[in-house]
Write a protein that binds this ligand. Sequence first.
Ligand code: KG4
Ligand code: ZN
Length: 347
Amino acid sequence: MRWLGIETSCDESAVALVEVAERTLVVRSSLVGSQIARHRPFGGVVPEVAVREHLKNLPQLVSRVLAEAALPIAEIDGIAVTQGPGLATSLLIGHAYARGLGLMLGRPVRGINHLEGHLLSPFFASATPGEVAFPFLGLVVSGGHTLLIEARGWNDYRRLGGTVDDAAGEVFDKVARMLGLGYPGGPEIEKTARSGNPSAYEFPQSFPERNNFQFSFSGLKTSVRYFLEKHPGRLADPAFVADVAASFQHAVVEVLVRKTIQAARHRRLRQVTVAGGVACNGLLRQRLEAEARREGLQLALAPAALCTDNAAMIAGVAALKEAAGAAVESGDADIDPNLPLASLAAA
Ligand code: KG4
Ligand code: ZN
């Protein structure tokens, strides 16, 4: 089965072609049309700009993906599109486009949960990529979400914890702005932190209690803000900025690693997966690898190219679930900007 994936949950238009052959999942082509430069002058995502860009990008990306995969459009077996969560207007454009394409080609359309895309993306890189090994503990860390999920089987996802305020990626972006670094902030902080000392300053880590799997990052963000206000003028010193970036990154990474390992231990899960934009972070990957090894846990990290938003993870969910005979939402279902992952338990 060959699945065309379409993802427009926020400000990136993404299209991919994914194929399952003998339970092996192959990404034949995956392209992302970034809109970052279009939104930068406004200092954030402007919904109407995003919609116009999606409309312009989608047909071009579909043509390029098909050309890269050397596949005529008639050979697509199905279309997978993000149903939610995300920005309503952006979701509507991708959904309408996918349904139109499905109607024209006479192919089924499936509605996919964006978070399930992130959650399952680590399996695209495993030795036998089509084999999703339930049960596992999944950490999803992105610009919009910070979630610890116990995945017990297809459509059987239990939320163990999540953020009560800012998402981990969001706080990387906000602190980067305070430090005068570029957008998106995660990669900028990581780069700047390389020459800094992670123990230079101590920033608070939230909910330190054992077996509390909630996260809170707004206190950390505020403490960086107060710290910078107490040291006016020092942002001009690159060594100071590097030390703050490294100390902040250390605080976020340590809390993510500690709670993930504790949750795995608490739920007696031997396999841990990590995905979402923040999973690109080198220090997070390194620290998780070290701690998982120490605990004897099996760790599956999403490949870096599939950590940030992409359509391969959307097509991949449809492909893997269809191959496994698991229920998949129809594309006829309405988009839902607040679609929760746990709702899949009822499917
Ligand atoms: O998954 P994603 O592309 O979009 C959402 O679904 O939110 O994640 C984007 C987020 C941004 O906040 C970005 O700053 C963060 O992922 N990010 C990183 C890194 N690369 C991207 N955070 C920390 N370190 C990175 N290397
Ligand atoms: Zn995402």
